[in-house]
Design a protein around this ligand. Structure first.
Ligand code: DP6
Length: 337
């Protein structure tokens, strides 16, 4: 099954038709997985081997404006700066746009504004592809529902399937070969006191994309076979924690899910390690503070930075131990702390 088969079956007669509007606009939040997506059963369609569960970061994410463009090339602008046509982000984006527009007929200008620290490498492809899918829906006038948008965003990047919805989101792995049952569903619960602290310990470029890292892990790690069972276990705990606002359970499930994911990478060959010394120091600080009674946990993705998990009543304590932390409240509208 090819990406274009999925797109044509979702869009039906609207596929590759001219847009109804001159401009398409959308915002999508970035998301942080509490239970990670790590490993694919299909590389072409970004179909995961397991389900995953994330939290969307409120008003932190990407705004995009798509406009029709004369000329021969697409134009991609990120935070006011043109993206070079040989950059991998440019190529990924143009390949994605090619899935939808009339063949050879139409160039686009994509103006993307992101309000998440670029250096944090915070799932920028997640909110990027989710916002592009939503803006295309606006431009073409398709009137797709969130399930369909989630499937389309997934074709750009797996984690983008979860950025279509706010709050807690579960991406159901599904089992169909065409992936029509692999999309994100939002959980109805909210948790206004929940805070996420972004701890940027290094601004260096990623050593390896998550795409390559997960594939290498699936192919070579002796620990990977244990991963699906770990995910099933953590998903049960996370849903229970969310339903009961049990913060200790949420933190434990999220942190141990992340450390287990990184253990599968460390046992891949060649080994993959995203942590730098500052990452390990931050983890040790979290463990020390927790042993002293502070309800503080962390998660880490395919990069050296750490995301702290805690509740609002501990904000001042967290700030005193991590002066550089940027604190977000995923369920709060408007300004963050
Ligand atoms: C560690 O969604 O970036 O952040 O589907 O290949 O584009 P592709 O991968 P991507 O992987 C994200 C991996 C992760 C965990 C997660 O967000 O669940």
């Amino acid at each position: 099954v090819k990406k274009s088969n999925v797109v044509s079956s979702i869009l039906g007669k609207h596929w590759q038709q001219a847009p109804q509007n001159a401009v398409g606009k959308a915002f999508a939040p970035t998301n942080i997985a509490l239970c990670k997506y790590w490993g694919k059963r299909n590389q072409e369609l970004n179909l995961p081997l397991t389900s995953s569960l994330s939290i969307s970061l409120g008003n932190k994410g990407a705004f995009v404006e798509l406009t029709r463009q004369d000329g021969e090339h697409d134009i991609v602008i990120l935070n006011g700066q043109p993206v070079a046509s040989d950059a991998s982000f440019y190529k990924k984006l143009v390949n994605f746009l090619d899935l939808f527009r009339p063949q050879n007929a139409m160039r686009l200008r994509a103006d993307i504004q992101s309000n998440i620290p670029i250096a944090a490498g915070l799932a920028s492809s997640a909110c990027g592809f989710a916002s592009i899918a939503m803006a295309l829906n606006d431009l073409f006038g398709w009137q797709l529902n969130t399930t369909e948008l989630s499937i389309l965003a997934r074709l750009g990047s797996g984690s983008a399937s979860r950025s279509i919805e706010p709050g807690f989101v579960e991406w159901q792995a599904g089992s169909r070969e065409d992936g029509m049952d692999s999309y994100a569903v939002s959980l109805s619960e909210t948790w206004p006191e929940l805070c996420v602290g972004l701890l940027i310990v290094s601004e260096r470029e990623k050593i390896l994309s998550s795409r390559e890292a997960m594939q290498r892990t699936v192919e070579s790690s002796a620990l990977y076979p244990a991963w699906p069972a770990k995910v099933s276990h953590d998903l049960v705990e996370l849903k229970q924690a969310i339903a009961n606002h049990d913060f200790a359970l949420l933190g434990k499930a999220a942190e141990s899910n992340a450390t287990t994911m990184h253990a599968t990478m460390l046992s891949a060959w060649p080994a993959i390690q995203y942590a730098v010394p500052e990452t390990l120091l931050a983890m040790q600080t979290v463990w020390k503070l927790r042993s002293e009674g502070l309800a503080l946990y962390f998660t880490q993705d395919a990069g050296p930075n750490i995301k702290l998990l805690f509740e609002k009543h501990n904000v001042a304590t967290i700030q005193s131990h991590f002066p550089q932390v940027e604190i977000l409240q995923p369920f709060k509208k408007g300004k963050h702390i």
